[in-house]
Design a protein around this ligand. Sequence first.
Ligand code: LLP
Length: 415
Amino acid sequence: MHEFKYIHKQLYCEKLKVAGLAEKFGTPLYVYSYDTLVGHFLKLKEAFKSIKPLICYSVKANSNLAILRALVNQGAGLDIVSGGELFRARRAGCPANRIVYASVGKTDYEIKEAIKSGIFFFNVESFPELKNIQHIARRLKRRVNVALRINPDVEPKTHKYITTGKLTNKFGIDFQSAKRIILLARGFSHVKISGLHIHIGSQITTPEPFVAAITRIIRFILVLKKEGIALEYLNIGGGLGIIYDRETPQTAARFAARILPLLKKSGLKIIMEPGRFIAGNAGILVTKVLYVKNTPKKKFIIVDAGMNDLIRPALYDAYHNIVPLQRTENRKQEAEKADIVGPICESGDFLAKERIVPNLEEGDYLAVMGAGAYGFSMASNYNSRRRPQEVLVNKDKVSVIRKRESYKDLIRNEL
Ligand code: LLP
């Protein structure tokens, strides 16, 4: 499932030439493939069809309304982490009973809005938060479903900033405390702890960390059962990695083959929260070469997209494949090492370091691959740069799903 491919040396997104989109809409430009996006969701659904999980796409990966709508229309639920994401989820037409809400720092306002809209689950990350939800729910005279987010203390072997299931991370509750909280919460009138939640990290490329975490959770479910506590749902979070470089792909089928037996053993209904797996390879960032600069030590390809448009290389040292929209033979022979950098006034503003690139010239277009997840959603206006335009391609049709910001947009809320 990859709808970005070369046909006669030209990069296509589905049936459209990406260079044509760059000419038409300008750069930097995010281009998404509808087929790839929806295809990944359907693959996951198919792989787990024997247990019919509720697949809640993680909004933070790419929160554009058109992206959310495309997935919601296929039956996806949504995983949110803020009042803003709740607003988007509702705007995208997601039924409230398919929305789950995590975050270590939900405010009273956010909790109130989420209760009023009738979301399916709060994934609760601490005892004070649980008490607060109980308090607010009582005032609103509503009873809410809660899943305790467990921190299973496993090593997901990913970047430290996206590791979330170790006891040194701020997320979730350790097993011992969780048991205490569950017993205490039996006396709470307006929250019902009917599930457990885990999310151990992101861009996890092997099944072992998932297996370890789920195994621990199942052991815990059995301990609770012995105490007479029955749960209904297990939310296994997201975290499935994708191919950026030379990772071995964790296909939906291979992932399912390893964890399905465990999930069945849990006896609970399953929720999952994939983000990157669905959106990551469904989007690219198209950028144009502004200048080629040679210094005594290095070659720099200066492009019109910067760390404000795609922060992953700067923040996580993330690798993104970067390819020309048009391949030519002789360029290959002249390939050499260069840094691909943006226009922002920071040395951390790079898309690639020491990368073998074809001999590029001013005006050439490049595609930064795998930019569909945590690309636009992490974009900023740093250096007073307008955030890029986003377009969605469906076969031979292209829709603008977010206009390029204007200079006026930059100062809109300033007084
Ligand atoms: N559920 C929860 C509670 C999460 O915190 C996350 C992501 C997900 C699900 C979705 O995880 P995914 O399936 O996408 O791995 N900005 C970073 C990734 C941060 C992930 C944060 N949490 C990056 O660009 O690599």
